[in-house]
Design a protein around this ligand. Structure first.
Ligand SMILES: Cc1ncc(C[n+]2csc(CCOP(=O)(O)OP(=O)(O)O)c2C)c(N)n1
Length: 377
């Protein structure tokens, strides 16, 4: 058993100061220390997959990151681990607890995941070792983790057992949001296609802004119209664009614009609460809503009744804009880069895509490094 600071001190000295995750009782001493100490930034995520995406955004903005979760939540993290961190080669130090571990009499819901935790990490090619439980093991364990992350640019995991870290108190106040957001209508009644909306977006987006486009045809259309250093096409990890945008926005002064889809936004709707809670004022979240999963053949998405602008404001965004035409969309974009956010711009668009649709020809890992260079220069 080690004190939290004995592990966190060397970790911070190695540059890791951005933490995110979802708690587990085994993690309590470590998370409590991180939350209580101003030397660290901790973002409480609504799901583990979202936390992985937040950490990835923070890495793109130049941070070294730590992701913490219960092994139950490893299932939620598998999608971004495999379709975000892996293709984009984005490392994070994962601390995963081992409920249902060997020889442990644990609750039935932890038995199966407990039995497969190391194997699951092996299958998704996340190298791992046990969390250091003795003072003399800490430095070797951190060396092993940083060696792997520096060499293969992928996540590395410590598997933590019950009682590895001594109890610690929570001294921080709860997150407080003192805002009453506003929903505004910018309606023209002339619903554009996604490609027309993206063309207009490209004509007004500040050249200083980082732009993250969601998976599917949104990123493909954006790339086909213009490939810029300020773009990141999130080719996989459906639903993670907003969380990645949050991770970037909390660690840069630049404006951060997320181009989301209605289906993708719904897949990780909890991210809106996290964005509202941490409220980065430089973040603009655009939901391009065609009411369908257009990229996979136009099947109906369950977004028909969702008022995304109102949901954003209900979650703590400063402004929500309802738009159904190009001029209102442009006005909302202009207004959102002038005023403190976060903002949610909900634009109704028509299903369908452009005729000669391309797809990013730059490798995701190169896009990630180009984007990181753009953000940090
Ligand atoms: C986790 C996951 N589930 C499903 C898919 C397949 N998929 C790729 S794009 C897409 C549709 C996305 O819909 P939306 O966000 O509304 O954007 P649109 O395609 O309508 O522009 C789906 C279902 C995926 N890539 N990842």
């Amino acid at each position: 058993m080690i004190p939290a600071d004995a592990f966190l001190g060397p970790l911070r000295d190695a540059g890791f100061d951005f933490f995110t995750g979802v708690p587990c009782s085994y993690l309590t001493p470590l998370i409590n220390r991180v939350i209580s100490d101003d030397a660290y930034k901790y973002v409480a995520a609504a799901s583990e997959g979202e936390a992985v995406a937040i950490a990835s955004g923070a890495w793109l903005a130049g941070k070294k990151t730590v992701f913490m979760c219960q092994n139950s939540g490893l299932g939620n993290a598998v999608n971004p681990f495999t379709s975000l961190n892996n293709p984009f080669r984005i490392p994070t130090l994962a601390i995963v607890t081992w409920r249902g571990g060997p020889g442990l009499k644990d609750e039935p819901q932890h038995e199966f995941m407990g039995a497969i935790t190391p194997n699951l990490l092996d299958v998704i090619e996340v190298p791992h070792t046990l969390f250091p439980k003795r003072l003399e093991d800490i430095s070797g364990a951190l060396d092993e983790a940083t060696y792997h992350m520096d060499t293969n640019h992928l996540p590395f995991a410590f598997i933590m057992n019950k009682g590895d870290v001594m109890e610690d108190t929570l001294e921080a106040a709860p997150i407080s949001v003192a805002r009453a957001g506003i929903v505004e209508d910018r309606l023209d009644g002339d619903i554009p296609t996604r490609v027309d909306a993206l063309r207009r977006f490209l004509s007004v987006v500040p050249e200083t802004a980082g732009v993250i486009a969601t998976t599917g045809k949104c990123g493909r259309e954006l790339f086909t119209l213009a490939d810029r250093d300020q773009h990141l096409y999130q080719v996989g990890s459906m639903g993670c664009a907003a969380a990645m945008g949050l991770g970037v926005a909390l660690n840069t002064e630049r404006p951060v614009m997320v181009l989301d889809g209605d289906g993708a936004a719904l897949m990780k709707l909890g991210s809106l609460a996290t964005i509202g809670a941490y409220a980065p004022d430089n973040m603009v979240h655009v939901v391009l809503d065609n009411g369908t999963y257009d990229s996979t053949g136009g099947q109906p998405a369950p977004s028909v009744a969702v008022d995304f602008a109102a949901v954003g404001v209900a979650c703590g965004y400063a402004h929500g804009y309802r738009c159904d035409g190009m001029d209102g969309f442009e006005a909302a974009l202009q207004s959102s880069v002038r005023r403190p956010g976060p903002h949610l711009i909900h634009l109704k668009i028509q299903p369908g895509s452009m005729a000669d649709l391309g797809r990013p020809t730059v490798r995701p890992q190169d896009i990630a490094r180009r984007f990181k260079e753009f953000l940090t220069s």
